[in-house]
Design a protein around this ligand. Sequence first.
Ligand code: NDP
Ligand code: MG
Length: 387
Amino acid sequence: MAKYIAILGSTGSIGKNALRVIDALGPEYKVAALSAHSSTELLAQQAMQYKPQVIAITNPELYKQLHELTGDLDIEILAGPDSLIKIAQLDQVDIVLAAIVGAAGLPAVLAAAKKGKALAIANKEPLVIAGELLTAAAKKSGSTILPVDSEHSAIFQAIQAGCREEVSKIILTGSGGPLRNVSSQDIQNVTPQQALSHPVWDMGPKITIDSATMMNKALEVIEAHWLFNIPVDIIDVLIHPESIVHSLVEFVDGSVIAQLGTPDMCLPIQYALTYPRRVAGIAKHLKLEELGQLTFEKPNLEKFRALSLGYQVARTPGTAAAVFNAANEAAVQQFLEGRIKFISIVELIEHCLNVHNVSTNASLEELFEADAWARKEVSECLNQKVF
Ligand code: NDP
Ligand code: MG
């Protein structure tokens, strides 16, 4: 029977790769719904090619433009942020691929989890902010959460070699990002252009900056903690510039099981869509003999303070993670728009964490409030020229 997929964020890096994967998977996989925020032309093109039942534009001001671009197509067009919730809960949808960037994806991800959909999740921020609520909702409804983030897909695959009580360590690998070899001194004034030139992965701008600050790895530690119900203290990070070993799981007997592959997001996207099956796909196969060697080193926690902050946040229940994430989203946007220095991203995050009053056992509403508070705090700091 065909599988119907809704892609939330089909115009982004993950969304476009997912459509390439679906093209190659053939008629068994069908596109049921697509969404974009600003790229109306691309969404209209995708709608013409894939003919989903529904498309959504989350910026409501672009509805008219999208309507005109899609002409006579017999497709329902939704507008506004809540349209993502409707898409995530459509009866005909089997798999929701969450490929939106940032906290904006949280309501729809939660809606999909509550409705019992298979949830292929690239959009890590909702897991960071509301991991507890999200995993509980999925458990209650029987929704399977399938990680798309390459490290978490690797852990998901490797962890199948034993049972959860037998896991003694999770080792998350990271490329080290575009600034791995930049000195602590020079890193202070890195430009957006420098920070956007990732040596291995071709990704959207926000995650590429997160990779430069190593905030991405910090978010991934928290993501792994919730996805696999694993204590933070047994999650390690190892820098692996070649990005071939996507992560490793160590078991109590000392065996370490890793997942390897070429650095291509099509592989984890495909595995999430075809799970529990494996099928031939478009990712290039690995030729280890051509690589010669694989290298690993410990992360520099003094240079990349976001990672140490991430560990602290991961150990703090409640609203801290929402503040950590939102302060970062706001600061990254300011950096990309040229208003703050690179180093101010982590300074602003640390400031927000220091002044925030953490509320434990937070409800969804409190998490959203903490998120909004952090964004406001970042903008007030900038207005007062504190950073
Ligand atoms: P992109 O910036 O390339 O794409 C983001 C997508 O989200 C676009 O479709 C965009 O629409 C949409 N979008 C942006 N803002 C909003 C909003 N406020 N409301 C609704 N939709 C919005 O990001 P990536 O594809 O790189 O990343 C997506 C997620 O996947 C992130 O959480 C990232 O951390 C994660 N991820 C990405 C990887 C990668 O290789 N790219 C690897 C691992 C994880 P539009 O373009 O129309 O504005
Ligand atoms: Mg990753």
